[in-house]
Design a protein around this ligand. Structure first.
Ligand SMILES: [Zn+2]
Length: 162
């Protein structure tokens, strides 16, 4: 996916996340959009830094880098939400291009891809951005609602544990 696609995905995803977490529609929602959109968008742009430093789709397109951005706020108290941008960049690169990414780099240089990816120049590239963003927001909506707890309780009852 190109930079424009990554930015569009990050901004729309951020707005959706802000509305999901602060649905009042007042100043708290606007503040949440700004608080989430800036780091998510920066995170969505970060992996392609490896076009200048390192090997593209390897050096900053892997799970160890994502883990680093996920735990960084725990230890240093900043860069919250950047990992979301990095993760959504990976999702778009997997689905919005024909080439894969090296998820386990530097341990394994093999590139992983999904067979449904489209070329970045494809007329379907915009549609892929919308579908990926919608799926990400659906997962986020499921996580912030009661569904995970209900599913867990249903699983416990179905298994006969409770
Ligand atoms: Zn990339």
């Amino acid at each position: 996916m190109n930079k424009k696609g990554h930015v569009l995905n990050a901004v729309v995803l951020s707005i959706g996340l802000a509305v999901l977490t602060y649905p009042a529609g007042d100043l708290t929602t606007v503040r949440a959009v700004l608080a989430i959109a800036v780091p998510v968008t920066l995170g969505a742009l970060f992996p392609d830094v490896d076009t200048a430093f390192g090997t593209h789709r390897k050096t900053f397109h892997n799970l160890p880098v994502l883990l680093l951005f996920f735990v960084y706020p725990i230890y240093f108290g900043n860069l919250q939400y950047v990992w979301i941008g990095v993760a959504t960049h990976y999702a778009l690169d997997l689905l919005g291009s024909k080439r894969g990414i090296a998820l386990f780099y530097p341990f394994d240089s093999g590139e992983f891809d999904v067979p449904v990816g489209v070329s970045t120049r494809s007329r379907f590239a915009g549609g892929v951005i919308l579908v990926v963003t919608a799926l990400e927001l659906a997962v986020a909506a499921a996580l912030v609602t009661e569904y995970p707890r209900r599913l867990f309780e249903y699983g416990l009852r179905a298994s006969g544990l409770f």
